[in-house]
Ligand binder design. Structure first.
Ligand SMILES: N[C@@H](CCC(=O)N[C@@H](CS)C(=O)NCC(=O)O)C(=O)O
Length: 204
């Protein structure tokens, strides 16, 4: 398998899962601004929409979109139970969380990474919206269990970790949400997460 990624971007969730599984894989760094990969591929030939992640399988099939990539990997390494079994209500709960993460929380961070300074008024409104989305995710976290789906680490935790980690890049402390701060520390302590941060050049 080959993962097309950008350091620290949402593709890091799939990278974490590949490391959790100890799966053989190749990493291919993408410059999404220039549309080329580190070995000189035209990235739109891999993902026509030009963004990461993309996962190229050994038979040449390419999977895009985080929610699909992560569920594919979870099913591929089924013995690790990183996704609930397809067709169960627990799997639907995972899909709810992945949908929230990609279409709400991830999107709310977007304006901070779109380049250029935001006018003060827009910055305030964008921060308020992001704060609301973080608070909603905090509300989805169980009070009495370590991971978003309960007692088991899942692909959703890898994705949530990567997105919430962006709060460091934009200087937005997670201290108003102690449950989330503890959650982030718990995920960060996983050896596969440390390995991934190191490989992407983000280790402290
Ligand atoms: N809907 C996509 C969004 C992926 C996405 O936003 N990727 C960002 C990095 S986190 C990216 O590659 N941005 C560069 C670009 O859009 O050119 C998904 O969920 O996989």
């Amino acid at each position: 398998m080959q993962l097309f990624y950008k350091p620290g971007a949402c593709s890091m969730a799939a990278h974490i899962i590949l490391n959790e599984a100890g799966a053989e894989h190749r990493l291919e760094k993408v410059d999404t601004d220039k549309g080329v990969t580190e070995t000189g591929l035209t990235y739109r030939d891999v993902n026509p929409r030009g963004y990461v992640p993309a996962l190229r399988l050994d038979d040449g099939d390419v999977i895009t979109e985080n929610a699909a990539v992560l569920q594919f990997l979870g099913d591929r390494f089924a013995d690790l139970a990183l996704v609930p079994v397809a067709g169960t209500i627990d799997r639907v709960r995972l899909q709810e969380v992945l949908s929230f993460l990609s279409s709400e929380l991830h999107i709310a961070f977007g304006p901070f990474f779109s380049g250029g300074e935001m006018p003060e008024e827009k910055k305030q409104a964008t921060t308020d919206r992001l704060t609301r989305k973080i608070a909603q995710f905090d509300g989805m976290m169980p009070d009495d269990a370590p991971f978003v789906l309960g007692d088991r680490f899942s692909v959703a935790d890898a994705y949530a970790f990567v997105i919430l980690n962006w709060s460091n890049f934009i200087g937005l402390p997670l201290s108003p949400w102690p449950k989330l701060e503890a959650y982030m520390a718990r995920i960060a302590a996983r050896p596969a997460v440390q390995q991934t941060l190191q490989q992407e050049g983000l280790a402290a």
